[in-house]
Ligand binder design. Structure first.
Ligand SMILES: CC(C)(COP(=O)(O)OP(=O)(O)OC[C@H]1O[C@@H](n2cnc3c(N)ncnc32)[C@H](O)[C@@H]1OP(=O)(O)O)[C@@H](O)C(=O)NCCC(=O)NCCSC(=O)CCS(=O)O
Ligand SMILES: Cc1cc2nc3c(=O)[nH]c(=O)nc-3n(C[C@H](O)[C@H](O)[C@H](O)COP(=O)(O)OP(=O)(O)OC[C@H]3O[C@@H](n4cnc5c(N)ncnc54)[C@H](O)[C@@H]3O)c2cc1C
Length: 408
């Protein structure tokens, strides 16, 4: 592969080797709709959980770029394993390793290195794309915080041990901003005050998605994640870390698309109709060409975003959004085209093609929809805020009128 050092290529090859085992169980995981615990144990033993955790905390201290090489291999073989590789290496764990206290880092690193895939809890039933409208509140009572609220579509809800909960911070009776609260699930059950109810989903069926309710959930002050800059800037700093997870999600989408493409390329050259391999028909040859272009473009943007980590240590916001939009939209196109190459056989549940299509669909929704991220890209390239609320636009108009009056 283009532009990899020997060490990077070795890491990718090692992941590819273990991912073969992931491929062998992917269909069974999908059918059983069960979290692939045995495969997670294998990934843990092989050192693919906690790649980016610094060595001083027991991790491998690898880069986001190293992580995306690994994620692509797992996602190509088993999309659920790919998403596990995202959240075990990037996202909530990145936020905690960057902003956490030594105690928080110790707890988080130990959990992930033992095989936990952390959960990130941002979305609420009434606050999806408009995440800053979240209603979940964390109210300070002395040395404890009490959290009440409802989160939805929480990946890993019910199986993850480490949770990073985004909530409105209420201190001294005043709302201060949005902060992060670390909640750990100990034994088999959920923590007191937290429940998870599974949501049946279209794809990635081995990965539980859940509605998570928090009622009087008590979090000690020692488990509050305090990003630099104070509560008022808390959401922004947590989103700095979240840009990493967007790159991870883009990589998972890329991996799924690459897996589907490999199957389609092989089928186009072996399946014959009219006495010729179907890949000779221009309709399919050009489809395969388009698929390869989509994949290369996605990979180029994913790699660029993963390598873009700026002074704050996280991937660049613009590069992450561009990569996520490209890879998510491309994965939908590529997996559908790959199924088309397979004809009726691709439509069978005995064949992985329909699974690839279902698994790819979520990435244009989760982690910031393709529409919302296009707006973020537009804001960044124009260097101006594009308010999404009606009041926000009224404010812009009033400011412009005020500036015009002052100039006249
Ligand atoms: C950001 C949005 C929620 C829009 O809300 P607002 O218009 O109210 O917010 P802004 O004024 O744009 O931003 C507030 C604050 O945050 C900073 N910010 C926002 N985005 C980023 C970013 N990507 N990187 C860094 N900083 C960011 C912004 O600059 C402001 O900072 P200051 O207060 O000025 O300091 C909305 O655009 C949005 O992103 N919606 C999508 C929500 C989302 O992504 N949810 C993901 C949930 S987790 C998940 O889905 C997991 C799935 S998976 O991994 O497959
Ligand atoms: C499989 C899956 C896993 C997920 N995992 C997690 C998780 O682990 N943690 C978590 O917190 N969340 C998670 N989510 C939730 C995800 O982040 C949200 O679904 C996403 O942010 C969109 O919110 P919504 O679904 O409420 O859609 P809405 O915000 O209601 O959007 C509906 C439609 O309107 C469009 N829209 C909304 N606002 C705008 C706008 N301003 N401009 C243009 N179009 C707009 C959207 O693009 C979309 O097409 C997951 C979702 C899925 C599907």
């Amino acid at each position: 592969m283009h532009g990899l050092t020997e060490t990077e290529a070795r890491l990718r090859d090692a992941a590819r080797e273990v991912a073969r085992e992931a491929a062998a169980q992917a269909a069974a995981t999908d059918r059983a709709e069960q979290y692939p615990w045995a495969m997670v144990r294998r990934m843990t033993e092989a050192g693919f959980m906690g790649l980016t955790i610094p060595q001083e905390w027991g991790g491998r201290g690898l880069s986001y770029f190293d992580a995306v090489l690994v994620i692509e291999e797992f996602a190509k073989a088993c999309a659920v394993c790919g998403r596990i590789a995202v959240e075990a290496n990037i996202g909530a764990i990145g936020a905690i390793m960057a902003y956490g206290t030594p105690t928080q880092k110790r707890i988080a690193a130990d959990l992930v290195l033992a095989g936990d895939k952390p959960a990130i809890l941002i979305t609420e039933p009434e606050a999806g794309s408009a995440a800053t409208d979240m209603r979940t509140r964390a109210v300070r009572h002395g040395n404890d915080w009490v959290i009440d609220g409802d989160k939805t579509w929480i990946t890993g809800g019910g199986v993850s041990r480490l949770h990073l909960v985004f909530a409105r911070v209420v201190e001294d009776g005043e709302e201060k901003g949005i902060g992060g609260f670390i909640v750990v699930r100990g034994g088999d059950g959920m923590p007191a005050g937290m429940t998870a109810e599974r949501i049946p989903s279209m794809g990635l069926r081995g990965m539980p998605e859940a509605n998570v309710a928090m009622r009087g959930l008590v979090v000690p002050d020692a488990m509050v994640l305090r990003p630099p800059g104070g509560w008022a800037r808390g959401f922004g700093r947590l989103m700095d870390a979240y840009n990493g997870q967007r790159v991870g999600a883009a990589t998972a989408a890329l991996g799924i698309a690459a897996g589907a493409y490999d199957h389609a390329l092989e089928r186009a050259q072996t399946r014959r109709q009219f006495g010729r391999p179907i890949g000779e028909f221009q309709g399919l040859a050009w489809m395969l060409a388009d698929m390869s272009i989509d994949l290369e473009a996605s990979r180029a943007l994913v790699w660029r975003a993963a390598r873009s980590a700026g002074p704050n240590g996280f991937p660049d916001r613009l590069a992450a959004a561009q990569a996520k939009v490209m890879a998510a939209d491309a994965a939908i196109r590529v997996t559908n085209q790959a199924l088309q190459v397979w004809g009726a056989a691709g439509y069978s549940r005995d064949n992985p093609m329909e699974r690839f299509v279902r698994d790819a669909r979520m990435f244009a929704i989760a982690g910031g929809t393709a529409q919302v991220l296009r707006t973020q890209v537009a804001e960044q390239i124009m260097g101006r805020k594009l308010p999404q609320t009606r009041e926000g636009f009224v404010r812009v108009v009033e400011e412009e009128r005020g500036a015009k009056r002052a100039a006249d």
